[in-house]
Write a protein that binds this ligand. Sequence first.
Ligand SMILES: Cc1ncc(COP(=O)(O)O)c(C=O)c1O
Length: 357
Amino acid sequence: MHLREDDAGAHPAVTPIYQASAFEADSPYFYSRKNNPNVAELEKVLKILEGARHAIAVTCGMSAIYMTLELLRSGDTLIVNPFIYGCSYRLLQRISQRRGFKLVDLDFSEESNIEKIPAETKMVFFETPTNPFLKTISIEKISQHVKKKNPNAVIVVDNTWATPLFQHPLELGADVSLHSGTKYFSGHSDVMNGVLLTNREDLAEEFQETRFYGGLILSPENAWLTRRSLQTLEIRLKQQQNTCAEMRDFLIQQSQVEKVYYPEIDGHQLKGYAGILFFELKGSYQKFMQALKIFKTGTAMACVTSMVAQPWSGSHASMTAEEKKQINLGENLVRLSFGLENPDDLKNDLLDAFRVL
Ligand SMILES: Cc1ncc(COP(=O)(O)O)c(C=O)c1O
């Protein structure tokens, strides 16, 4: 019962998983709902990657988004660009109705709309590049406009699709950059995690407390797996970047493809782009999807396996048909996420599927 084999100079080549809920009084840690060595190591890596002063690792991307909404009070105004992941949009609606803060949709990927963001805005939430259609939104212009009127407003950017390799929202005036690390950080569709990154002490303190009292911290196992996957983040993203650009050029030439969506890489805000694009298909999505052999179906993306999905019935299923219509999201929009397979194999798979249409 009392035997304890401490580390005793074992010096493992990688940090072990600290499968401990509590730590002794002389430990810098306390209780795994507050902090844990695996979570702390992951946060250190994420801070370096994104150039942030604080990183708060949580159970998944949705918890990270939920925690930003904890900052809002009854009567506050939240402005959202509706071109975001469908579940994020639904969460914003649910919480705004329950808490009594005002939620306003505004498509500020149209730059002229930035001026319309009202003076009393407490928070702005968006993804850039947008989901779907991969339009870019100027983080700098939004921040300058909003902060001029309200320096304490919180600009939140979901940086999941851009990744820290290609976009640093905090350097451009965002207050919070958040990620569903379930996507590129994990890269293998085998672990869920999320992170909030900020340079603001007040926000970091709030997030730490919400995580502690709300019980939203990442588990040591998932922190360990995510940290391990980050070892290959850059190499995966670079290959996915090359494949995605090659597939964009290939898709543009196909007669069954109406239009391809790929972001504008301006080199200032967005310095590159990895592995997900959209296209409008001429023909039945069901037939097309069923004919594919290498591309797998399902909700996974940004992973080592190439995936096909229909945003209408998948990522944006929690939006009503009317809401989807308002953002021009139709049933023929297809999302492809490219993994690490040989691009020639992927092209042949797509050509076979186009033939059945
Ligand atoms: C851009 C974006 N943000 C947030 C989320 C939610 O993340 P999670 O599934 O890790 O909760 C997703 C999930 O697909 C996403 O695509």
